[in-house]
Design a protein around this ligand. Sequence first.
Ligand code: ATP
Length: 457
Amino acid sequence: MKTHELMEKIISLSKRRGFIYPGSEIYGGLAGSYDFGPLGSMLKKNIKDSWWRFFVENRTDMYGLDSAIILSPSVWQASGHAAGFVDPLVEDLKTNKRYRADHILEDLNFDIKGKTVEEMSQIIKDHGVKSPEGNPLGEVRTFNMMLETQLGAVQDAKSKTFLRPETAQGIFVNFKNIVDTFSPKVPFGVGQIGKAFRNEIAPKDFIFRGREFEQMEIEYFIREEDWEKEFMYWKDEMLEWMGTIGLDMNHVHELEVSAEDRAHYSKRTIDFEFDYPFGRKELYGLAYRGSYDLSKHMEGSGEKLQILDQEKNEWFTPHVIEPSFGVERTLLALLVSAYREEEIDGEVRTYLALHPNIAPIKIAVSPLLRNKPELVEKAKEVFGVLKREFGNVSWDDNGNIGKRYRRQDEIGTPFCLVIDFDSLEKGDVTVRDRNTTHQERVSIDSLIPYFKEKFSL
Ligand code: ATP
């Protein structure tokens, strides 16, 4: 399948089946904005729950946090975002459309590693680079991506603040609170999931680059001398989690970010890239940030953001390893990993081979015929038991069995369960496996252990 075709199919399935809708659609939409429908929101929640369990709940060295989206503007001054959270912007001189200059130049295979906006302007002039619409381009300038907002009734410079462009700073500004309350020993980490906002110059590629998205971030506080060991450890943890949610690991690649492209305080950064249909692009980041953030916030706030080394009786500023994940990029990579088409008896069967722990619906329960009360009653009984046990179980009696299977395949439901006349006599049901379409009879009494094993809960 051609790659743009795959993307179109995923976008169309997402809309048709209630995963992802264009934002504000009845008013003509809003660029780069999407709403997650009933199934999309379940899929998103499963991703976040899995992340939280793996990286926070199941560990003894992690604390969870849910900090504010709107922080004091001083936070962004100290962190460097007010001055430096910028992207290079260039304008089409004819249409006034704005583009990312780095993206235009990269697409033309120019090496722009570490290049300033002046140097990018020069490349555009020297090579007569045009906009994607074939028009001349203006000078490249920097554009701060933080989304401004005003707090309160008076709209002046004092009331101006920003929606957070990353969740990470909320962790740093709570470092002292967590240390004071819990007295953790280094190494320890803080994890947070939440919305982030960036005024992207050109939101594009479906939900890949939005202006509003969710991040799952960890700041892991360590001793400086341990940074290489901890960096490798977190790289492995990230890879392991990616495997557990069912990402196609053949499409995940590690990119060692070069010194020119790294933040000046970072000694090492790896981007995990994924082969999306529109190209190999950043999925997640892993950065060693030194003691930059805590030091900057100490300077900015005047507070001591340090830990006491009990043995040496010395205060020290921990260093930080930051694994950073985007929820929407995960969701899109999962859809790309899971999308399948196969031909059966001349008909195309489309299904999403989502991992059972991540699929929005785990089991669909159906009576063979919906106008036979005895079947419906038995099916409702089984449905109730499974729903109590597994949560995301759906009732489906719409259309004939073939149609139900098609619909459940398309939304990635791993198992369909049908109650028929034999079920009433023998106490067993048909369970159909989404990937193989293989069907087997399973006794009603053993359904819970049967599915528990399948879901490895
Ligand atoms: P890019 O280079 O693609 O703009 P970035 O390097 O700016 O990404 P980070 O600042 O490292 O991204 O953000 C951490 C993670 O947040 C990314 O790895 C990605 O998963 C997610 N993310 C960043 N920007 C967006 C966005 N505009 N839309 C959706 N997810 C995003």
